[in-house]
Design a binder for this molecule. Sequence first.
Ligand SMILES: Cc1cc2nc3c(=O)[nH]c(=O)nc-3n(C[C@H](O)[C@H](O)[C@H](O)COP(=O)(O)O)c2cc1C
Length: 244
Amino acid sequence: MNTPQNSFVQYEKDAVYKVIFSRRDVRAKFLDKKIPGNILARILNAAHHAPSVGFSQPWDFILVGDLKIRERIKQSFLEEFQKSVRMIESDQERKHKYTSLKLEGILESSMNICITYDPERFGPFVLGRTSISETGVYSVCCAIQNLWLAARAEGLGMGWVSIISNSKIREILEIPEHVSPIAYLCIGYVSEFEETPDLERSGWLPRLNLEDVVCYEKWRVRKSEKWAEARDEIARTDFNKVVK
Ligand SMILES: Cc1cc2nc3c(=O)[nH]c(=O)nc-3n(C[C@H](O)[C@H](O)[C@H](O)COP(=O)(O)O)c2cc1C
């Protein structure tokens, strides 16, 4: 179809919103099915085309298939999980709910990916990173989100496991001192994607209303005549129901 370079036709817009709203953090229901090399290359390329401060592209993607390595990572999860349980020891109800959640799929997924941040890439002077050093890590997070969305479009579930020791990951995956592990991800084909986040369904936390997180002109200013039209639309929008 012939469309101007700067515009998306309706079905293309629909596809963008569909992938955004149907993406889930997935840690269960993985299938015993390998991710073909061409699909893996495609989603990694999507990640690699994320925005990055000064075009520094400070990421590396460590593909982890070896079960022995994954078992060591899982051990770190178990240790960190026990530490986190101790933090809510006094609240039995919360503890019960927390311990009933499935918070990782390290061994059941088809493979894992560790995404790292290298502050020395094209450095030390990185355009745009001169005032806010965290922009390097933000860039890696943009790559992670691209990967997450591309994976969803390919029917691959992806889950971020952060209840894990970065120093253990560094040691196990032989990551040098100056490089930081940013995300440890479980990825693979799944039998189904849930419509809403697991933490929402289990009653851990609700999704906030959009209108409660949008401010007008200044921090936490929720009322503004100037923004009335957008504000009314925002109040009416139920983003949970945008895409089925
Ligand atoms: C930085 C980051 C770390 C996360 N770490 C974990 C984790 O360790 N275990 C887990 O079950 N979910 C983890 N999640 C997933 C969130 O719980 C999930 O994104 C959120 O509940 C919303 O659900 P959704 O991604 O399906 O929309 C993490 C997400 C992010 C962005």
